[in-house]
Design a protein around this ligand. Structure first.
Ligand code: PLP
Length: 399
């Protein structure tokens, strides 16, 4: 008897963090490891953001921030979404949180009655299922295929919707696939949802600014979804400040107020220094601010794609349109045997085998993609160039 409540005892731990610990241990033991694990950009926090944080500290005042965020930041976020995407929102729509993960939690916790269903297309980001569980919802996983661009089709959505459905989680650009919904695709989903007015769309747009092809489209831009979409976004990725823990949600005011209530009783307003810093980020010329990072990501993406097509075509790499991940199909390696006689029973075993051979990737199991591995290219091109041949060599040694 541990005394730990069932809802927490059943909760899975973040697999990526466990792997990161293994990498640290192996490196400490002197083994060179190329880590293609983590979802954090390998770039410094942009200068205007750092300067604003320092200025905020120098002001010397550190009161409790308002629960939904400081007014100038909320205004800047609403104005950004309105200006950029025409989303019909205002300051009352914005709740600033300690990271976008908290924004997703606030949304689910505010919307879901016990047992209500939440549709989650797979592959999905690792935290969606645990967050739905914590909100006492029931995740309904809808598999998608590479041929579908790993996107939910209207036919599948129609098949999985029911009177018990309360929300649909979409992630575009996607972690782990890098695929992005187009406007016609979202319109087709909206058409299906029109018969289910009780269903909310929780739209995870954390990679919105990391795009290589086309323009980001939010479900909130589709008129019939505008009043029932919660946008969750944040500063961890494009602004390279995951450690400053700042995210936000945009939701119709009644829901936004409920979400702020949840946050007010759990963590209160987000870190004041980070809020002032993020405001400077949003007020900068974003194209200029993001150009170096986007160029580096694009170069790596193109290099890896060409490399995999040439040396590991069986992994069927999907060319990501956004974010900084590849999802690799490793089904042709499952069931094979290592030079030391071990059977590669599943993607988890394959991940361990590759780790011992110097390359760390995340098994797709936690992403609802058990035949896949996720490769993050948030590491320098030089490291990628040095590390990928190790992966090819290790995979070719399997018989
Ligand atoms: N959503 C997705 C798809 C992510 O990949 C991540 C972070 O990896 C988050 C949300 C959470 O980001 P934050 O640092 O803002 O909590």
């Amino acid at each position: 008897m541990t005394g730990v409540a069932q809802r927490v005892a059943e909760l899975s731990e973040a697999q990526t963090l466990g792997m990161a610990q293994r990498v640290r241990e192996l490196r400490a033991a002197g083994k060179p490891i190329l880590s293609l694990l983590l979802g954090e950009p390998d770039f410094p926090v942009p200068e205007p953001i750092r300067a604003a944080a320092i200025a905020a500290i120098q002001e010397g005042h550190a009161p409790y921030p308002p629960v939904p965020g400081i007014a100038p930041l909320r205004e800047a976020i609403a104005s950004y979404y309105h200006r950029t995407y025409g989303v019909p929102c205002s300051v009352e729509w914005v709740v600033v949180s300690n990271g976008s993960k908290q924004a997703i939690f606030n949304a689910l916790f505010s919307l879901i009655e016990p047992g209500e269903e939440v549709i989650v297309p797979a592959p999905y980001w690792v935290s969606y299922l645990p967050l739905v569980h914590l909100a006492q919802g029931k995740p309904i996983i809808v598999p998608t295929t590479q041929a579908e661009g790993y996107k939910l089709t209207p036919e599948k959505l129609a098949r999985y919707l029911s009177p018990r459905t309360k929300a649909l989680i979409l992630c575009s650009p996607s972690n782990p696939t890098g695929s992005c919904y187009t406007r016609p695709e979202l319109e087709a989903l909206a058409e299906v949802l029109s018969a289910y007015p009780q269903v909310w769309v929780i739209s995870d747009e954390i990679y919105e600014l990391i795009r290589y092809e086309g323009q980001h489209v939010s479900p909130a831009q589709i008129p019939s979804l505008a009043e029932r979409t919660v946008i969750c976004n944040g500063f961890s990725k494009a602004f390279a400040m995951p450690g400053w823990r700042l995210g936000y949600a945009l939701a119709p005011p009644k829901l936004a107020a409920a979400m702020a209530k949840v946050q007010g009783q759990t963590s209160s307003g987000a870190n004041l220094i980070a809020q002032k810093a993020a405001l400077a980020g949003l007020q900068s010329d974003l194209t200029q601010l993001l150009a170096p990072m986007l160029q580096a990501f694009r170069e790596r993406r193109d290099y890896i794609y060409t490399y995999l097509k040439a040396y590991l075509p069986q992994t069927e790499p999907y060319l990501p349109e956004g974010a900084f991940y590849f999802l690799l199909n490793v089904s042709s390696f499952l069931g094979k045997v290592t030079p030391t006689g071990e059977i590669i029973a599943d993607a988890d075993v394959l991940t361990e085998y590759l780790l011992i051979h110097g390359v760390a990737l995340v098994s797709g199991t936690a992403f609802g993609a058990p035949q896949h591995l996720r490769l993050s290219y948030a590491v320098s091109l030089n490291e990628i160039k040095a590390g990928l041949p190790r992966m090819v060599e290790a995979l070719r040694a399997l018989v």
